[in-house]
Design a protein around this ligand. Structure first.
Ligand SMILES: Cc1cc2nc3c(=O)[nH]c(=O)nc-3n(C[C@H](O)[C@H](O)[C@H](O)COP(=O)(O)OP(=O)(O)OC[C@H]3O[C@@H](n4cnc5c(N)ncnc54)[C@H](O)[C@@H]3O)c2cc1C
Length: 473
């Protein structure tokens, strides 16, 4: 499924102008003609953001009989889902071009963990084959990066100098992994865990290297550590907090998780801060990590899984309004009415995003407005987290830190089960489950719906089966 650098699926009339590399390299053998001619509505709902600072960009009328150009920057889970939703609502409305730095068709990023663990292959997690794009007349420019945008001319510029005109532009540029800038962080054996290239680098390293230090004891770090352990490496997790997954788990569930992972052979250094990454004198290989307390850990490879930052460099360069991420209103529209944004690159009402569920809801709303329907609004909802480490069942949702809430707890150490629900004003506001997560979705519904649970309270921890046996059959 790998597409070589510069490969492209280009549709005739797809709108690549003055292009050098893309047209030269991409057209041969990859043309597919899509004759589309639908009426296009005006449809820019959500002009809700007042923008006093940004330069006024003329808002173009959309009334032509021919399809307009939609360019999507990013072929990740948010971008491709928006395109899917749009094709369902208005399949004829746009000539769609997707530009993707990653030289591959779309894949399920959350399944990189099973690929690293050897449980799945890359082919198993590809969600949209090249045929999928071709059959829908979508131009995929894989292995190409948008380097600039001329908003007045409504053109994007690619890294090979190609210029693509757009009527609507969608930012779906995702996030970049954060790398702690300690001395030594640029060594080639320091890797992040974000895309298939990172996974391939780690898998290649498992053949030559023995010891790995994973910096970050959150969800991603634990999944990376589990994968590398399963590949036969000696794994140590470094975490700056005393508890693993401290954003999702309380201390008790976190300790149960650590004991389980220790029993599988994982090592931990908790509550320590990395000061530097030291290579061998010739610089060829990694030698050790040095911590701020002076202690050291010998290692051949370092995986940094310490968080992500919204990928906003292009948005900033083009003058879009950016705070921590690209600012959007409830319709996923940016301050430029021709430009929308979805996914981890957006900031909506102060919130940033790092899980797929909200991105898919954003995609639906955005497609609704791109299609000219103009009736959907994005509303933030609670999210739930599970850990993808086989044999370890964890579920976490809502707020479990509110000390003013009542804490209902069920412990069964012999079976390795721990359940904690936080209840406030007769509503469940948070849930942490370890060992038995069967009722996770029920608790999650209670949290999202904010149902009054006064009548259920005494037996809430025993699960849905007790209250609604039919629903659990
Ligand atoms: C290993 C792993 C496991 C995860 N597990 C879970 C999980 O269990 N549950 C969950 O809900 N979430 C999980 N996530 C998070 C989830 O995958 C992300 O929230 C989601 O994929 C983000 O989608 P996105 O489209 O916003 O960004 P991305 O998927 O990052 O896509 C952005 C794309 O845009 C491209 N791009 C950026 N700039 C440009 C440019 N200028 N020109 C062209 N292309 C550009 C990038 O190369 C990238 O391909 C996981 C993430 C990882 C890495």
């Amino acid at each position: 499924m790998n597409v070589p650098e510069g490969a492209a699926l280009v549709r005739k009339g797809g709108g690549v102008r003055r292009s050098s590399g893309v047209m030269r390299r991409g057209l041969a053998g990859f043309c597919c003609l899509a004759a589309r001619g639908a009426v296009v509505g005006r449809g820019m709902g959500g002009m809700g953001i007042a923008n006093s600072e940004a330069p006024a960009i003329p808002f173009p009328e959309i009334h032509a009989m021919s399809p307009r150009n939609l360019i999507v920057i990013g072929n990740g889970m948010a971008g491709i889902r928006t395109v899917e939703e749009l094709l369902t609502l208005a399949p004829e409305q746009y000539r769609i071009t997707i530009v993707s730095t990653e030289p591959v068709a779309a894949y399920n990023r959350i399944m990189l963990s099973p690929v690293l663990a050897g449980e799945k292959s890359f082919e198993d997690i590809v969600t949209h084959s090249l045929d999928w794009y071709a059959e829908r007349g979508i131009t995929l420019l894989a292995g190409r990066t948008v380097t600039d945008i001329q908003r007045r001319q409504r053109e994007v510029i690619l890294d090979d100098g190609s210029v693509l005109p757009y009527d609507r532009l969608l930012f779906a540029t995702g996030s970049v992994p954060f790398i702690i800038p300690v001395p030594g962080h640029q060594h080639p054996d320091v890797v992040s865990f974000r895309d298939i290239q990172d996974v391939n680098r780690m898998l290649a390293a498992t053949a030559q290297k023995k010891r790995v230090a994973v910096i970050g004891g959150g969800l991603l770090g634990l999944e990376a550590a589990n994968g590398l352990l399963r590949q036969g490496m000696e794994v140590t997790i470094i975490h700056d907090m005393p508890h693993l997954m401290n954003r999702q788990l309380d201390a008790e569930a976190s300790d149960m998780l650590r004991h389980e992972l220790e029993a599988r052979g994982m090592h931990f250094r908790l509550g320590v801060f990395t000061a530097s990454i030291v290579a061998t004198p010739d610089g060829e290989h990694l030698e050790k990590l040095v911590f701020k307390d002076g202690s050291e850990l010998a290692t051949d490879m370092v995986v940094m899984a310490v968080g992500i930052r919204p990928n906003v460099s292009l948005a900033k360069k083009t003058g879009l309004q950016v705070d921590k991420a690209i600012l959007v209103n409830d319709t996923m529209q940016t301050f430029d009415p021709c430009i929308y944004a979805v996914g981890e690159c957006v900031q909506h009402r102060g919130a940033l995003f790092g899980l797929v569920a909200p991105l898919f809801e954003q995609a639906k709303v955005c497609a609704n407005h791109l299609a000219g329907m103009g009736i959907a609004r994005y509303v933030q909802r609670a999210t739930a987290t599970t850990l993808k480490v086989s044999g370890v069942n964890i579920f976490s949702a809502g707020d479990f830190t509110d000390v003013t809430a009542d804490s209902l707890v069920l412990r069964d150490p012999a079976s390795g089960v721990y359940k904690r629900l936080l209840v406030k004003n007769d509503r469940v506001i948070g849930s942490v489950l370890y060992g038995d997560t069967n009722d996770g979705s029920w608790y999650f519904d209670l949290i999202r719906e904010q149902r009054n649970v006064a009548d259920l309270r005494e037996s809430l921890l025993f699960g849905r089966a007790l209250h609604d046996p039919v629903a659990t059959v």
